[in-house]
Ligand binder design. Structure first.
Ligand code: ATP
Ligand code: MG
Length: 485
């Protein structure tokens, strides 16, 4: 695919005497590109035609055009138009208006959602745009004290819309009326050169929206492209601006960065560009410190966990966000637990206190909704329950709703070098055994390790005053609010 593109781009760029401004857009006719209507979502095509027949301009833009040209399957289809969100909404009965920061319309076809947005101008230039552009239909923008754009609903024309997009390869527009592609910022050439290039002044664009730094890294991890020098240069120095982004938005970005099938590459890039510490401060500090124990090598463990997620996604399986977060925070939980144990706290309450502390610290950076923090605690708890298999325990654990996740987590620990006496293999066999075989398996454990993990003989309880360090269960402690939702 890229070879075909090469000749096309050579042709297009040779037409350009000077590489900027007047000569854009480069319009590539259907005969000279590989994006065919058959590749597109029929629903997206339907939306384009409906908008066109109502008298509006409408294009496909962003990831769906970019990914098709690179030869990848796009994950969603975004439509852009000169109709306002209200006008789009009135055309499609199966649509709803959404968004505060960006107002847009979702057109729903069963499970597929086609996102339709209105051409926007870059609000950094909105004063200029307002005085020059009579086609401007609405103006609504605001900035935080750090220069971050809070609202951005300044409508504009297609040229302005292209300029306010992030990277050149995201400003390619597909026109369904003649099947041509309109390249406004040199995105095709950058695709050919495998370059991620910010449109406009990178420093200013990161200032307006620091999440663009994460998006640059996400595309580098996903596409295997390089960051062009001016796009890369300001990142380390401006990374701290991520501290001013709402934790809920960063939570979503983390899932896209590390939970989309390119986690290993993206994790390395996030660390290389000094961004990871603004997403997972405790984890980064721990990795930097070089802390390790016989039963955990934090970096090896995280890499093994990311590999597991990448493999699952690449083979079409699903992954749970809580599993990914449980992986990324486990080394910190182990370290904190050790600290509590060093203060003479028994291991189980120490684990729960450690989980509280790590989650409390983490939600200041990236939100973790309660529906995710509870299963994370259960997975961690399970690591201490899975070795205890005597009596009815193994049968009960097998019924636990988080058994599968806890078991998968255990396998990742083993694969990353933690010696657990082949516990993973034991559970693998146990799950697939008949009931009689299961009883034998438990007996063999009772015989081998009754000293280590067998039930203790009951001793009469001595009355003792509470020392306030009562042993909470993971469920008890999960009533603490770690949700920023
Ligand atoms: P993918 O959907 O594969 O993750 P995408 O490029 O389509 O990648 P979206 O988040 O769906 O990403 O955004 C759609 C388009 O909106 C982008 O291609 C880009 O043109 C524009 N865009 C998204 N986020 C920003 C941003 N923070 N700043 C500027 N433009 C953006
Ligand atoms: Mg998209």
């Amino acid at each position: 695919m890229l070879t075909g593109l090469k000749s096309l781009v050579r042709k297009a760029t040779s037409l350009l005497a000077s590489p900027k401004a007047q000569t854009y857009p480069i319009i590539i006719p259907r005969s000279e590109h590989s994006l065919s209507r058959q590749n597109l979502s029929p629903n997206a095509v339907k939306v384009l035609y409906r908008l066109n027949s109502a008298g509006y301009d409408a294009f496909l833009v962003g990831g769906c055009v970019r990914d098709h040209l690179i030869g990848m399957e796009p994950k969603d289809f975004d439509v852009v138009t000169n109709a306002t969100p209200e006008e789009v909404h009135s055309i499609f009965s199966n649509s709803r208006l959404i968004g505060r920061r960006f107002k847009l319309v979702h057109v729903t076809f069963g499970r597929e959602i086609i996102e339709v947005s209105t051409f926007r101008a870059n609000s950094a230039q909105d004063e200029k745009a307002a005085s020059h552009n009579t086609s401007l239909k609405g103006k609504d923008s605001a900035r935080s004290a750090h220069g971050i754009v809070l609202r951005d609903n300044v409508y504009g024309n297609i040229e302005e819309d292209a300029e306010r997009r992030d990277f050149t390869f995201n400003a390619l527009y597909y026109n369904v009326q003649d099947f041509s592609i309109h390249d406004y910022c040199g995105g095709l050439k950058d695709i050919e050169n495998k370059q991620i290039r910010m449109i406009g002044d990178a420093r200013q664009r990161y200032q307006e929206d620091p999440v663009r730094m994460l998006r640059a890294i996400r595309f580098a991890g996903k596409l295997g492209f390089e960051l062009e020098a001016d796009t890369a240069a300001p990142i380390k120095e401006m990374a701290h601006l991520l501290d001013h982004i709402p934790p809920a938005r960063l939570f979503d970005e983390v899932l896209k960065l590390l939970g989309s099938g390119n986690g290993i590459a993206t994790f390395a890039l996030l660390r290389q560009y000094g961004l990871f510490r603004y997403l997972f401060p405790d984890t980064e500090a721990l990795l930097q410190s070089g802390w390790k124990r016989d039963d955990i090598d934090p970096e090896a463990f995280i890499l093994q966990g990311l590999k597991n997620t990448d493999d699952r996604i690449q083979s079409g399986k699903t992954t749970a966000p809580y599993f990914l977060y449980a992986i990324l925070l486990w080394p910190s939980v182990c370290l904190r637990q050790e600290e509590f144990q060093n203060q003479s706290m028994p291991s189980t309450p120490a684990l729960h206190q450690a989980a509280n502390m790590v989650l409390d610290n983490q939600v200041a950076s990236t939100a973790i909704p309660r529906r995710f923090s509870t299963p994370m605690r259960e997975i961690w708890d399970m690591q201490y329950r899975l070795p205890k298999r005597y009596g009815k325990r193994a049968f009960l654990l097998l019924e636990h709703p988080r058994f599968r996740a806890g078991f998968d987590f255990l396998l990742i620990r083993e694969l990353s070098g933690t010696k657990l006496d082949d516990l993973g293999a034991w559970w693998e066999t146990f799950q697939h055994a008949t009931e009689n075989e299961q009883r034998d398996l438990i007996k063999s454990i009772d015989n081998r390790t009754s000293e280590k993990e067998g039930p203790k003989k009951r001793r009469p309880r001595r009355r003792r005053k509470s020392n306030g360090k009562g042993s909470q269960t993971a469920q008890d402690t999960s009533t603490r609010d770690t949700s920023n939702e």
